[in-house]
Design a protein around this ligand. Structure first.
Ligand code: SF4
Length: 343
C-alpha cells in the first residue's frame, strides 16, 4: 500500500447505459501529498470529474461499476462503508464546484449553510457553529462577515458566492480539497483572487488540493504537479515545470498549442487539438489519441492502434506514448521552431 496522503491505483469507472458501457475512467493511478496541489487537465469528457466523484464516493452503485483502489490517509475509500464515507465527506475531504448557485441552497442564509456542515461533523452548538461561520467568512475575505452571515446566496456577487462555498468546504479543516473548475464561471480578476485564496489557505493549513481544470494556464500558476488525462486515462504526469517546459505527449503538445499566450502575436492563430474527443463507449484501440495524433505515422500507426501504451517510467515525469525519446525531443524542437517562425 502507498504511503501517500491520497493514492489512487488502477481506478476504473464504467457506467452501464442503454447505449452500451461508458468507460469513463480506465486504470488511472496518481498520488497527492499533503500541502501540494495536483492539477488534473483534459478536455470535457476526459474523466476528470468522474475520477473525483469516485474519490468522494458519490457515484450511484447501481449504475457505476468501480474497481481499483483509493487510499486516503490510511483508509481504503472504495472498501469503506457508506456511513464512513458520509463522515469523511465535507469533513476530511471537501469539494468546491464550478457553480456555487447550484451548490448553495437559495432558501437558507449563507451562515446557516456553513454552520450546518460544521455542526453535522463536530456536534458543535448553534452559537459556536455561527461563530465558526463568521470566522470562515472573514478568513475567505468576505467583508463585514458578522452582517453577511445572515444574507442569502442571491445577495452575494458571483465571486462572493464562490468564497462562501470555499468557506463551507473548509469549515472542518479538511485534509483534501477537490476543486472542480472552481473559477470557470468567474471573470479574470475574481478568478485570480479565488486561486490566490486557495493558495493562502493551503499554506496555512497544509491542505492537499486536486484542481480540476481544462486550463493549463491555471495549472501553471497554481499547481505543483499535473496529470494530463485523455479518454479516461493518464497520458502524461510530472511536476508542473516538467510537463509545461518539456512536455512529452502529443496530446499535451496540442493542449499547450491551443493556449492563449501574451507572447503569441495577434495574427498567429491558436491551434486547437485536431478532431473531437472520442466516444467513451467505443474508445479507439491502442492509444486512444491515435485517430487525432499527427505523430502516429512517425511512431507507426499499427503500433499506435495496437496495444495500449502504458504510462512510464513508474515514477517521476512519465508519459504514455510510443514515440522514442529522440523522436519526442526532435518533434518538440520542430514544433517550437515552427511557432517561432510564425512570430
Ligand atoms: Fe500519437 Fe502514437 Fe504517441 Fe498515441 S502512442 S500519442 S498515437 S504517437
Amino acid at each position: 500500500m502507498s504511503t501517500s496522503f491520497l493514492s489512487v491505483t488502477d481506478l476504473t469507472v464504467d457506467f452501464h447505459t442503454e447505449d452500451g458501457v461508458v468507460h469513463a475512467v480506465d486504470k488511472l493511478s496518481f498520488e497527492v501529498e499533503k500541502g501540494t496541489t495536483l492539477g488534473i487537465v483534459g478536455e470535457s469528457g476526459s474523466g476528470k470529474s468522474v475520477t473525483n466523484l469516485a474519490v468522494l464516493g458519490l457515484h450511484n452503485p447501481e449504475t457505476a461499476k468501480i474497481s481499483g483502489r483509493i487510499d486516503f490517509d490510511g483508509t481504503d475509500l472504495l472498501g469503506a462503508p457508506r456511513s464512513a464515507m458520509e463522515k469523511l465527506r465535507g469533513n476530511r475531504i471537501a469539494m468546491i464546484f464550478q457553480d456555487p448557485l447550484t451548490s448553495l441552497s437559495p432558501y437558507h442564509t449563507v451562515g446557516v449553510q456553513i454552520s450546518e456542515v460544521y455542526r453535522r461533523h463536530t456536534g458543535a452548538s448553534k452559537a459556536a457553529a455561527r461563530d465558526r461561520a463568521i470566522e470562515m467568512l472573514g478568513r475567505v475575505g468576505i467583508p463585514q462577515p458578522k452582517t453577511r452571515v445572515d444574507e442569502y446566496p442571491h445577495q452575494f456577487s458571483g465571486g462572493m458566492r464562490q468564497r462562501a462555498m470555499i468557506a463551507m468546504a473548509l469549515v472542518c479543516d479538511p485534509g483534501l480539497l477537490i476543486a472542480d473548475e472552481p473559477t470557470t464561471a468567474l471573470d479574470v480578476t475574481v478568478q485570480a483572487q479565488i486561486l490566490d485564496l486557495l493558495r493562502d489557505l493551503q499554506d496555512q493549513f497544509g491542505t492537499a488540493i486536486i484542481l480540476i481544470t481544462h486550463d493549463l494556464g491555471v495549472v501553471a500558476h497554481n499547481a505543483h504537479n499535473v496529470l494530463v488525462m485523455y479518454a479516461g486515462r493518464a497520458v502524461e504526469r510530472g511536476t508542473v515545470r516538467e510537463v509545461l517546459r518539456s512536455p512529452r505527449h502529443p496530446y499535451t503538445w496540442g493542449l499547450l498549442g491551443s493556449m492563449p499566450s501574451l507572447r503569441r502575436p495577434v495574427d498567429v492563430p491558436l491551434e486547437p487539438v485536431r478532431g473531437t474527443p472520442p466516444s467513451m463507449i467505443n474508445v479507439p484501440s491502442g492509444c486512444p489519441f491515435h485517430p487525432r495524433c499527427d505523430y502516429a505515422e512517425l511512431a507507426g500507426r499499427e503500433v499506435c492502434a495496437g496495444e495500449r501504451p502504458e504510462l512510464s517510467p513508474p515514477r517521476g515525469h512519465a508519459d504514455a506514448c510510443y514515440l522514442t525519446p529522440t523522436q519526442k525531443t526532435e518533434s518538440l524542437a520542430a514544433k517550437s521552431r515552427t511557432a517561432k517562425e510564425a512570430r
